[in-house]
Write a protein that binds this ligand. Structure first.
Ligand SMILES: C[S@@+](CC[C@H](N)C(=O)[O-])C[C@H]1O[C@@H](n2cnc3c(N)ncnc32)[C@H](O)[C@@H]1O
Length: 303
């Protein structure tokens, strides 16, 4: 009996090691690469339980124009696609992994109720607020927030409070002094946060239509990964989040379906993240070329 048990566990041990080796080889072939491909296509090629974090800032199905293509489809079609994306994202996460999905509240509410609540260990819905001067209506309050869904694959998800802690409000309080003495670097951030939108004049702004502020993404990445961990930035966009991974020494995988954005990402990765003038908005390009103000005004009229 003991001999059979020993042989079986040896065989299973060998199979397990071989599978881990093959998974690692597979991930290696994607590691620190951006693919000019459909994200679902790439996700489906990745092995189960191989990544530390997946982060998605997808198209929101509200008609934003990416590289000349207007993104809107039937609601059910959109939600089914979003569910498939989340399902594949959860599959590729390690048991210690975390998924974050940014979207408008309604899109994320559907994803949560129709899929995530029943298929992940835990779902949290965070709120990112920002100031805005668009979208006002005389009949309702102005939308100025987005939802960030955070899914933990298991109860043993990695989460590093001290990498994202914010200063205590009452650092002289007895209990707080005790926490600080025990190594705490501050309190856990709340489930809502304020980050400015990326303005047209921001140093991070490119010609991409919809960029997420980097301090927000940095907080998410730091919350659940360490150096050399593997992060899938599902949608490459302007490339800012990918450059951020490089700067934070996290490995990345990413996809961008539009060639213009893809080329910009490659260019940025080859130039320490720098955004060349040709990838900036027109009016910034004109400003940088120091065209006299009067002529410059002609360029900006009607934009
Ligand atoms: C909301 S934007 C991401 C912007 C990014 N967070 C940033 O800050 O630069 C979504 C991006 O996904 C790309 N995209 C849309 N559908 C895609 C797909 N199926 N596969 C890969 N990329 C896609 C769009 O071209 C767009 O650049």
């Amino acid at each position: 009996m003991r001999v059979i048990w020993c042989c079986t566990s040896k065989i299973f041990g060998t199979i397990f090691r071989k599978m881990s080796y093959m998974n690692n080889q597979k991930i290696n072939s994607f590691r620190n690469r951006v693919l000019n491909d459909d994200v679902l296509n790439v996700l489906k090629q990745l092995p189960d339980e191989s990544l530390d974090m997946v982060y998605g800032d997808p198209d929101y199905n509200v008609g934003i124009n990416y590289a000349g293509k207007n993104y809107t489809t039937k609601w059910d079609e959109y939600i089914n696609g979003y569910i498939e994306l989340a399902k594949e994202s959860m599959r590729v996460l390690k048991p210690t992994g975390n998924l974050f999905m940014i979207n408008y509240p309604k899109q994320n509410a559907y994803l949560r109720v129709k899929y995530l609540d029943d298929n992940t260990y835990d779902v949290q819905d965070y709120v990112w607020t920002y100031n805005t001067n668009v979208g006002h209506s005389p009949k309702r309050f102005t939308t100025a927030h987005r939802s960030i869904l955070h899914c933990r694959k298991t109860k043993n998800n990695n989460f590093y409070k001290n990498q994202v802690a914010v200063p205590y409000k009452n650092p002289t309080d007895k209990r707080i002094l005790n926490n600080l003495a025990n190594g705490s670097k501050g309190r856990m951030p709340y489930s809502w946060f304020y980050f400015n939108l990326v303005k047209n004049v921001s140093k991070d702004k490119t010609f991409h239509a919809c960029q997420i502020p980097l301090p927000l993404v940095e907080m998410l990445i730091r919350s659940c990964t360490k150096k050399n961990d593997d992060v899938f930035i599902l949608f490459g966009g302007s490339g800012s989040e990918i450059v951020l991974c490089e700067n934070l020494k996290r490995n990345f995988i990413s996809c961008e379906i539009h060639t213009d954005y893809y080329q910009m990402i490659l260019d940025r990765l080859g130039n320490n993240g720098k955004i060349k003038d040709e990838y900036r908005l027109d009016f910034i390009q004109q400003k940088n070329k120091k065209i006299p103000t009067q002529t410059r005004d002609l360029f900006t009229i009607g934009k």
